[in-house]
Write a protein that binds this ligand. Sequence first.
Ligand code: PLP
Length: 438
Amino acid sequence: MTTSRPRSEQLYAEALQHIVGGVNSPSRSFKAVGGGAPVFMKRAQGAYFYDVDDNRYIDYLCAYGPIITGHAHPHITAAITRAAENGVLYGTPTELEITLARKLKAAIPSLDKVRFVNSGTEAVMTTIRVARAYTKRNKIIKFAGCYHGHSDLVLVAAGSGPSTLGIPDSAGIPTSIAHEVITVPFNDLDGLKQALERWGDDVAAVMVEPIVGNFGMVMPEPGFLEGLCAMTREAGALVIYDEVITGFRFHYGTTQTFGAFPDHAAIEPDLTALGKIIGGGLPIGAYGGRKEVMEQVAPLGPAYQAGTMAGNPASISSGIACLEVLEQPGVYERMDALAAKLANAIKDSADRHGVPLTVNRIRGSFSTHFCAHPVTNYDEAQDTDGEAFAQFFRLMLEQGICLAPSKYEAWFLTTAHTEADIDVTIEAADNALRQMAR
Ligand code: PLP
């Protein structure tokens, strides 16, 4: 099967006239895979996308993570419909918010109190403000390659070493803001130690994706999170886990409750940022943590944060319904098994065809890195063959398999993918890798 997409090309040309870059998020453009028109979808159902040219794709993009029950899951659709019929926005509290807050608290023990916002970006941005308010310090330490949304403080790149101040990673961010951020390599406790030794007295928080989802899927090495938490607390700073991708992705809970990784002691961060899956596909974010830290937030405390759309009944209803689906027994085990079958088969194909490939799989998600070395940090993820990924991406798309258009993004399984979808994908990947070997 080879897809033809004239209508997508037409719409892209039109979109370019009206929408900056033709897309409403840069990751949707095909810039990182050689350019051209992205595919314009018109419908999605279960594990499938249908584009404007009536091609069908098996979806592994899954909207960059939020879609875990497949598209238009009937339980979630019914909840959204009910919410729409009852009015989508009140500007008053609702009981629904308490229900979702309770569900999050039951699954994530470090949350004494939560607050709902509209995106992961907002959630992360506010955890930083709250940590600064609580500690009365300014600086933040984060890890290279981890993505925490597009607020000024987290769009800062590393300076020349682990203890040097950051530099803006986007135009429009003042150097003075970048100087509040220090970026050290992931999985590098020595780098963190150096940064804390140099800046510790002014560090409000160390922020980390405890399992990385933004330069492929990368596990923390045994002892990394334990060391990070111990050093951070010794320096009088707070630990912030950005679980926007990892929350409810691998199991019903977050990295901090991930008993499936016996090497990683369950660690309770001071603050956690959530998003994506907890909205079941509608816009949402949430942050939460220890009572005395969260009580910094207005109206109780001096740290201001607000939102006209925050906690809206549609997003909250969708989130509750999504978690209800994920609570069912066997849901994660099934995604895990399908992802294992797929990831292993892709790796076997690559080996057979002599294409260097590293596959990092964590339960129902994995990343494919075109390289012969392991990928445990951002430098190693950057040092991979982007052109090979772009070729693979396009060969898969031509066969009706939709991946994220970037070598750094993960493949996500959903509860809707079937054994047959996996078999079709394995065959497509084998075809692609065979062609790449020539
Ligand atoms: N944090 C992490 C770990 C993310 O992966 C993302 C988005 O991909 C964000 C924060 C930002 O979330 P949003 O795109 O909802 O603003």
